[in-house]
Design a protein around this ligand. Structure first.
Ligand code: NAD
Length: 350
């Protein structure tokens, strides 16, 4: 089998996880990752045999620290089929012109992350909403962690019952665990201080027909986001039916908090650690089963989003979508889920 040759530009929270997922996929080869700083992450990647690349003006910095690089970004782009850009928000857009050169010349495909503006790529994507839109395009934007969480839920319910409208409050983590310079430390900040927040706008980049408004606040935690989601469906349903529908999807983790005692993000993270999940990642959208409140056509629930890992499966599917692999999208989603072990926590905690 010819493997899809993948490169990752930006080796931080998202880039590291996408690189590790690519390493696990039987149909993909991680050709290299691009780093700009020869720090601990670079040393660890080097020790794990992950080929490191950098940008032209950083070669000396790597040399002076004795960290070996295989070449510069342009060398990597020359030898891959797909570049996954996981640089900080706004930086990916600055690389777009360079990627496009390789795209025109040798068919390079590109994936951007949710921190970029929607116009950076031809389409914005979520695997449960619009996977069929990717083939034929050369660029895709995987929407942000919060938008991915909202879309997974909304698109599943939309397919099963039809969605009339969505109103959601997003309680955002202040920073990722490694980000020791960010806050707030002792405050709840409106972010943004108006309604709708950008999350509703972002949902519409993938599902334009959904009537959605969102509000968002930031709280002093690093572990996960939590959403309070109120949805009006197009037909009456029951709690059991909603649970049954959500339970059919491996990227939804239904947690029974009465049975397990898991009523917080801290306990979820502990469960993930106990299951031996790498970096305590939870790429599934967590839905607390006990909170699912159904009244006719109204559904209200609380859900958790592990911001560091929820977009990883979508990045893997986007790679196969851009390469239009055989059996995409259903076989891709199935393979991604199987290799990443999605669904394993549901069997224990559901
Ligand atoms: P990060 O800061 O953890 O990682 C970005 C990496 O890119 C860092 O290692 C940084 O050194 C490197 N970098 C900076 N400038 C660069 C350049 N010019 N060239 C190459 N590399 C460069 O950021 P992140 O959290 O992984 O976010 C990456 C993207 O993913 C953003 O668009 C973000 O909005 C999105 N995203 C982040 C999260 C999250 O919660 N962390 C969730 C979903 C999506």
């Amino acid at each position: 089998m010819t493997k899809i040759r993948v490169g990752v530009n930006g080796y931080g929270t998202i880039g590291k996880r996408v690189a590790d997922a690519v390493l696990k996929m039987p149909d993909m080869e991680l050709v290299g990752v691009v780093k700009v700083t020869p720090d601990a992450s670079a040393l660890i990647a080097e020790s794990r045999g992950i080929p490191l690349y950098t940008v032209r003006d950083r070669v000396e910095a790597f040399k002076s620290k004795g960290v070996k690089v295989e070449g510069v970004l342009e060398d990597l782009l020359e030898s891959i089929d797909v570049i996954v850009d996981a640089t900080p928000g706004g930086v990916g857009a600055r690389y777009k012109e360079l990627y496009l050169e390789y795209s025109k010349r040798k068919g390079l495909k590109m994936i951007f992350q949710g921190g970029e503006k929607p116009g950076v790529a031809e389409i914005s994507f979520n695997a449960y909403c619009n996977p069929e839109k990717i083939p034929g395009h050369r660029s895709v934007r995987v929407v942000s962690c919060n938008t991915t969480g909202l879309l997974r839920l909304i698109c599943i319910l939309d397919k099963a019952f039809g969605v009339e409208k969505v109103r959601a409050t997003i309680i955002r983590r202040a920073a990722d665990p490694k980000e020791d310079k960010r806050g707030p430390v002792n405050s709840i900040r409106l972010n943004p201080p108006n309604i709708p927040s950008h999350h509703a706008v972002d949902v519409k980049t993938v599902a334009p027909h959904i009537d959605i408004e969102t509000a968002a606040v930031i709280v002093p935690t690093t572990l996960m986001h939590v959403h309070s989601v109120y949805i009006v469906l197009k037909k009456n349903t029951s709690r059991d039916e909603v649970i049954d529908v959500l339970g059919r999807y491996k990227r939804i983790l239904l947690v029974d908090s009465e049975k397990t005692g898991i009523d917080s993000t801290a306990k979820l993270v502990e469960a993930s650690r106990d299951m031996g999940r790498p970096r305590y990642d939870i790429p599934e959208l967590v839905v607390w089963k006990d909170t699912i409140h159904v009244n006719g056509e109204e559904v209200w629930l609380l859900q958790g989003v592990h911001q560091e890992s929820i977009v990883v499966p979508e990045n893997i599917d986007a790679i196969r979508g851009l390469m239009n692999t055989k059996g995409y999208p259903s076989e891709s989603i199935e393979l991604t889920d199987k290799i990443l072990g999605l669904g394993s926590l549901s069997r224990v905690l559901g």
